[in-house]
Each structure stands twice: as C-alpha cells, then as structure tokens.
Design a protein. Structure first.
Length: 458
RNA sequence: GGCGACGUAGCCAAGUGGUUAAGGCGGCGGUCUGCAAAACCGCUAUUCACCGGUUCGAAUCCGGUCGUCGCCUCCA
C-alpha cells in the first residue's frame, strides 16, 4: 500500500509501526454548523479507515474537538450563553451530521477543555528544555530553536520573515513564535496554570491528545490542506521538541479543499453549504460519491449539477444491488461474473494512495455486469453481495433513501393496485394518468416483470 | 513576493513514457415496454491549455507562455 506523504512530497510504501494503525485526524471547532468542506475531509478519512480495516489492520482513530477558542468565546458572548454550552451544542450537531453521512465514530473524541493537564505538562516540558518562554500575554514557542522548522510546509523561517508584520506590543522574541498558552483576559473562561490563569493555544491540544491517546509517534495524521501551515507545522515543532522523538507522525495526509464557485468554502468567508442543508436535498451516498469520485489531494468544486450527477450515480448502484427486480425463477449465479477480478481491481487502485475515484468506477463497472446478467435472466447473487461489500468499504450503504411519505404509503399502494386493474383492462389513459399524477407529487412508478414498484423522488 | 497544486469530451473526473485515453452525469440512436421508467447495446476526446524540446515513441519527461486555485492570518 502506498500513501502520499506531505512530509516527503511523494508516495511512500505504507508500513505501520505495529498491527494497529494509529490515526489522528484534526477535528472541528464547534461554533457553527459543519459544512460540506468538513464532510469532504471526514468522509475521506472514514473511507481510509474503513479500507485499512478491510485490508486487515486494526485502526485506532482519534479526532479532537477544539471546544475552546476565540470564536467560540465571541459567539457565546453574543448569544449570552457559556462557551461550554455553545461548543456542546455544535459538537452534538456535528456527531449527528457524521452519523447521517455514515461516518464511523472515532475511537476517542478528546475535547480540548478536558485535556488541559496534558497540555500543561507539555508546555512545562518545553519551557524546561528551553523551547518555550513565558511572557505577560502567555507562553510562547521559540521557533528558532528548531532547526528543521518548516519541513512540512516546505518553507524556511527566513522566507517567512519577509511578509510578517510585527504588531505593536508584541512580546514575542521572534515574529514566527507562536502561542502555547494564552493568559486569560477578564471575563474569559480560564484554567489555572503555573503561568497564571489562561487557556490553550490552538496547536497544543493536538500534540497533547496525540501523545496521550496514540503515543509519541503515530502512523497517520490527517487534515485539510489549509492546516499544513501553521497548524501542523507547529504541532510537529512542539511535539518533537517535547518528546525528543522524530517523526511525530510518519505519514501526513492532506485532502484538497472544497471550492464553492471561485473560492474555498469556509466558515470565515461565509460561503458555505452546511451538511444538513445538503442532506435535505441529497442522500449520504450521493455526497460520498461526490467526495470520493475524485482524487483526494485535488481541490473539489461543489455545484448543484455535480451533486445531482452523484445522486443519479448512487441510484444506479442501488438499482444494481436491490433484488426486487430479480425474478424468482432466475438461475442462481451461473458464475458468469468474475467477482474476484473486480475485488482485485478495487484493492489495486485503493492500495495506490487510496484511488477512490477508480474504486468508485470499479463499482459502476460491476453494477453494469450485474444488470447485464439480470437482463439475461441470471440472478448474480455473489456479484451483488460483492458490490454491497465493496461499496461498504467506501461507506456507501446503497440502501433506498428514506421514503418521506410514510402516512401516505397505504394510499399509494391502493393507487398502484387500482392502476394495475386499469392496465389489465387496457385502460391505458387512466393508468397513465395515475402514474403522472403520482410523479407530480414525487412518487415515481416503475412497471417491472415482478409488478409495479415505486420510489420517492428526491 | 515566497511555497504548492492544477489546466484531459457539453459538465465532473481517472490515467503520468508504449495495446482501442477509465468511470459518472448529460445528449443522440436502438432493444425491452401498451406507453413510460429502470436496465441493456451503440455513438458522443485521432486527442489531453498553448509553443518549443528530449525520445524509436509523450496527455504523461524538460523549458517557456497563458490561465485557474490554495497556503503564507482563524479555517477540514
């Protein structure tokens, strides 16, 4: 298996340290609803995790929740609630979104506010070793003591100095130094520390959680490309300085960013589509096909049209696995489909840095084979089982979408029965009328050899 | 300005030195159907932004030009 490692800028053979893959993916800051950019990242890493398990690895997956930061504090103050309450609310919403997207839960979701002791331990260690220094406004990391600072984002301290503006009142020894511990301002939530009451800086939590739950060297560290600098660069600097062990993470994986129109979809720009908005119009399978239909390191542009295409594709796969359309008198599997070759192809493309786009294409090809056999009167059971199984590795359920007409179902069935009688009496006009009227209210009928089936139009 | 990514059919998107350039959506024609839908079959890029170069051979490597995007500040 090969993985593109941001650290080396090339594909490397994946060799985990042990039988259990230790994986850390940067999580959210819960101050508003999560958007499709988040969905992209977490769907991807979910697929990676599922694939590693499919290949026989045990995986320990940790994802942090940054439940204290400037934006949470600001937003909570404006709403007149506590930062804790606000963060809790959006963390719950995030979990709901993930569940709806069929993202498997992480093994641990550590929250920043619950990991303060470990952070203080690391900060103290960094101070003791001379990698950090306290000042009035907080404790800072001394970037110049790290000779290889910039190795992940491919930049040097010198090259960055040019564009840096030094703000007045800065207490930092060097403009690139970053804060580990922020001294509390009046009215802000704070925790006691040897340097006075305060709260953690942004990067320290990931180091603390990573080390605590996964050890000093982890296998895979993932996140969006927007985190490469400064977040992951600083994580490396502080973690490796603290533990004295390199590398902090053996494989750094970064997904490309979701674009909306001409720009990146992001909270700060405000041009976003939330996961729940998207789920109102599209199924989770469609969103996953949209995300996994291209190479994860490339940027992906959202549009209604592309989502619609993904939805139709999802429907096509569902059609192939469902058995309502299979006749009862069909021959069972004449072993006409070489299921193993599809499985091999799936593994081959996924082994090459998680080629999900080609994996999805493999699913479509298998679906076509299944449909072809069905048309020829063969019930390709094994192939359909394989399609479901491989789809599940990508987190696709291929289950029919929820039918939103629960109460109306008996009436729909009644209309279908009436229409059947009309068709038997060759009252085509009336029968067609029922079909088109139902279509107008979002119920699509299909007359198959086994009878009429219906589905809800999304 | 520095670092990085990218430009493949109407749209999305694989492929990164050598058989007919994956797959999805859309479109057109056909099969099936009372008609549809779904499904299947066929067609839909002699060509991979442009210009040079290397090579027996390049979408794939090198140089240049044009264009798009990201990061360098909070962000998946």
């Amino acid at each position: 298996m090969k993985i593109f490692n941001t650290l080396s800028s090339q594909k490397e053979e994946f060799l985990p340290q042990g039988s259990e893959v230790r994986m850390y993916v940067c999580g959210i800051t819960p101050y508003s609803d999560s958007h499709l950019g988040h969905a992209m990242s977490y769907v991807l890493f979910d697929a990676i995790r599922r694939y590693l398990q499919f290949r026989g690895y045990r995986v320990k997956y940790v994802q942090n929740i940054t439940d204290i930061d400037d934006k949470i504090i600001d937003r909570a103050a404006r709403l007149g609630i506590s930062a804790h309450e606000l963060a809790g609310r959006y963390t719950d919403a995030f979990f709901e979104d993930m569940k709806a997207l069929n993202v498997l839960p992480a093994d641990v979701y550590p929250r920043a506010t619950e990991e303060i002791p470990k952070m203080l331990e690391i900060i103290q260690g960094l101070v003791d070793k001379g990698y950090a220094y306290p000042a009035e406004s907080g404790v800072y990391f001394r970037v110049r003591n790290v000779p290889d600072y910039g190795k992940l984002s491919n930049r040097t301290i010198e090259s960055m100095e040019a564009g840096i503006r030094i703000e007045s009142g800065e207490e930092k020894e060097h403009p690139m130094d970053f804060v580990l511990w922020k001294a509390a301002k009046p009215g802000e939530p704070s925790w006691a520390s040897p340097w006075g009451p305060g709260r953690p800086g942004w990067h320290i939590e990931c180091s603390a959680m990573s080390v605590r739950y996964l050890g000093e060297t982890i296998d895979i560290h993932g996140g969006g490309q927007d985190l490469i600098f400064p977040h992951h660069e600083n994580e490396i600097a502080q973690s490796e300085s603290f533990t004295g062990k390199k590398p902090f993470a053996r494989y750094w994986m970064h997904n490309g960013l979701l674009q909306l129109g001409e720009e990146k979809m992001s909270k700060s720009l405000g041009n976003l589509i939330t996961i729940r908005q998207s789920l109102e119009k599209n199924t989770a399978d469609a969103i996953r096909i949209f995300v996994l239909g291209s190479y994860y390191r490339s940027p992906l542009t959202y549009s209604e049209e592309v989502m619609e295409a993904a939805e139709r594709g999802a429907e096509r796969l569902r059609q192939a696995v469902r058995d309502e359309t299979m006749g009862t008198g069909m021959e069972k599997d004449a072993a006409l489909i070489d299921v193993e070759s599809f499985r091999r192809r799936f593994i081959e493309v996924m082994d090459d840095d998680f080629g999900t786009a080609q994996a999805v294409a493999t699913l479509f090809d298998l679906a076509r084979e299944i449909n072809r056999e069905r048309d020829a009167g063969h019930n390709a059971v094994q192939a359909r089982v394989a399609l479901s199984e491989l789809a599940r590795v990508l987190g696709l359920t291929l289950k029919p979408p929820e039918r939103p007409f629960l109460v109306a179902e008996p009436f729909i069935e009644l209309l279908i029965a009436t229409r059947r009688e009309l068709r038997e009496a060759k009252q085509w006009q009336l029968a067609d009328n029922i079909r088109s009227k139902l279509a107008e209210v979002g119920v699509l009928l299909e007359d198959t050899s086994k009878g009429t089936i219906w589905k809800a139009k999304r």
